[in-house]
Design a protein around this ligand. Structure first.
Ligand code: EPS
Length: 376
């Protein structure tokens, strides 16, 4: 299974193509749109989300809500293109409009300008923009439907915003409540403080990042491999999370905390009862030796603050080489809820790829039979 994405933030449309989906997977388009709308939600989002109302349009590979086994292509249209046609149209436009040369620290602007030989960072930032993640959420929702057919679920919540942290532990079932909250947080008091912080940052023209926890329930053991570095499940999942705009750190299970502890307080002891192996703790976060071990997978990712600050940072104008204040385009103060949905989505897609690589299967009946035949 493989996903390619295309599209600029203010271009005509975003496009995704998924290859390798088996036939006869029931596709719930309403569910894809639900995750797209969740990606747009959350406290701290900027003006763009008032313009967009993301909906998926499936273009190929699905007939009467079932996959055909052919590539599934789909679009998420940019409503804002109507306002940007004059400066973005592929057929011809005025590229002297909407230029950006006051390159933003932390964004792709400067390095992209040099690498691709442009003079206007618009040609770089349009693709570097996190708008691209709408396609990854749509693809992730399809991958989630594939995983759900096997009894595998993906969920998550926001653990902290700009250092305001919820240190409590939650069961997988409790996580669902997060989606009903303005910051996808589960502790009301912590969330209230985080909202106040976002309000303050907005007033100051500043931005916030945070920490997100993603969990996977129901995946049997043995997915991923210890036989080749590139097939290790932890490497694949961390790579998927790190591929999301603004993600700067990832940990699994105890993560960085494990480095501080003695081995006896890290490794999960193994027991056997009623014909089943089990562990009483899950410090490994569900992955040992590069393979799922049948426990819940626990991933955490750190998102940096968005690099477009309304108050602007010191930089240099690429055109004049003079010191200046960085461009302050309309943007979000915090996009932590969007990131939470995106991270769930890329986790689902990466896992679906790993599962389909192990199980193969041209149609969903074969996939389900092969999954059910595996030892727990
Ligand atoms: C982004 C800048 C903002 C964000 C955008 C990512 O867009 P605009 O420049 O149009 O205000 O809203 O994210 C989205 C549009 C989205 O749908 O997530 C950036 O520079 O990365």
């Amino acid at each position: 299974m493989k996903l390619s994405t295309a599209g600029e933030s203010h271009g005509k449309t975003l496009i995704g193509i998924i290859e390798g989906l088996p036939s006869n997977l029931q596709i719930n388009i309403g569910e894809i749109n639900y995750y797209l709308s969740l990606r747009q939600s959350g406290y701290g989002r900027g003006g763009r989300q008032k313009i967009e109302s993301d909906k998926v349009e499936i273009l190929s590979g699905v007939r009467n809500c079932k996959t055909l086994g052919s590539p599934v292509s789909f679009a998420v249209v940019n409503a804002d293109y109507a306002n940007w046609r004059d400066s973005m149209a592929p057929e011809g436009c005025d590229t002297t409009q909407k230029t950006l040369t006051k390159v933003r620290p932390g964004h792709a602007d400067l390095t992209g300008l040099i690498k691709y030989g442009h003079t206007d960072a618009r040609n770089v930032l349009e693709r570097a923009s996190a708008r691209e993640t709408a396609v990854r959420v749509a693809a992730g929702s399809i991958a989630r439907q594939y995983l759900n057919a096997l009894g595998v679920e993906v969920s998550g919540y926001v653990k902290s915003v700009c250092g305001i942290a919820d240190e409590k532990q939650y069961s997988f079932e409790q996580l669902e409540g997060a989606k009903k909250q303005p910051l996808f947080m589960l502790d009301e008091k912590v969330q209230k403080k985080a909202i106040e912080k976002i309000d303050k940052l907005k007033a100051d023209g500043d931005t916030a990042g945070g920490i997100i926890e993603i969990r996977v329930k129901g995946l049997k053991s043995g997915f991923g491999s210890c036989m080749q570095y590139s097939t290790k499940l932890d490497a694949i999942l961390c790579g998927a999370l790190m591929s999301v705009q603004a993600i700067k750190g990832v940990e699994i299970g105890l993560g960085f905390e494990a480095a501080k502890r003695e081995g006896s307080r890290v490794h999960d002891e193994i027991y056997y009862e009623n014909g089943k192996f089990f562990r009483k703790t899950n410090n490994a976060g569900g992955i040992e030796g590069g393979m799922s071990n049948g426990e819940e997978i626990i991933l955490r990712a750190a998102m940096k603050p968005i690099p477009t600050l309304m108050k602007g940072l010191n930089t240099v104008d690429y055109a004049t080489k003079q010191p200046c204040t960085a461009a302050s385009e309309r943007s979000d103060v915090a996009a932590i809820c969007a990131a939470e949905i995106i991270l769930e989505s890329v986790t689902a897609f990466a896992l679906a790829e790993v599962v389909s690589q192990r199980l193969g299967g041209d149609n969903m009946r074969e996939v389900i039979e092969r999954y059910n035949a595996l030892q727990d």
